[in-house]
Design a protein around this ligand. Sequence first.
Ligand code: PXP
Length: 255
Amino acid sequence: MSKTPPLRLGVNVDHVATLRNARGGRHPDPVRAALTAIAAGADGITAHLREDRRHIRDDDMARLKAEIDKPLNFEMAATDEMLKIALKTAPHAVCLVPERRQEVTTEGGLDVVGQHNSLKPFIARLNDAGIRVSLFISADPHQIEMAASLRAPVIEIHTGAWCDATVAGETAKAEAEFARIITGAGLARAAGLEVHAGHGLDYGTAETISKLPEIMELNIGHFMIGEALFADLTEVVRTMRAAMDLGRSFAAPLS
Ligand code: PXP
């Protein structure tokens, strides 16, 4: 019998650390935010240890691993330094993202087609360590096919372009981007990949994308941490969960 799989919410706590680092010291603590998000219904926590340590720091990642009882999704660039830290931390999952020092956030997907030679052994090391590897890519059929051939079990579709166009009211562009995501999610599932999505999601776009039954997890950070300035984080997580559940109630069953 076919049914719609559940949809997990991963809360990204990077920007709690951004705020803390603005003053130094320990407040606000991203681990406290992670524990609060979990208590409110988050299914996992995501954190990105960037090369420049602009938000999450090594000690945050170690504390997250030690203190949360839900899956930790360790976002990182595919560098030797990060591989060493990931193997030592042993998170549930590693999400490989592109990283450029000058960028404000992760601007585009990882080019797994262009980098397949270096990514292949990198992914194999993580697979061998029992860490679930996710590749953060755009919904491009070539990238998706390559992700499957690199033996990464998961892809995360970059939703940034769709979210930006939606927020800007650029309807035609938003529709085209969303059509790409629908096609990509279908292709990825057909290739045996687990499909996640993230970047730029808010209550509205999270509700919409939750209608796609192939997508099993959303990773959301900036909007939720920003909203928590106006409503507390517990309420924000619950409202996001409700938006996702509403969208999911319209998802077609998967065969
Ligand atoms: N997923 C990945 C792979 C990311 O790099 C980010 C941003 O760090 C997110 C999800 C969350 O994006 P946002 O903070 O825009 O919700």
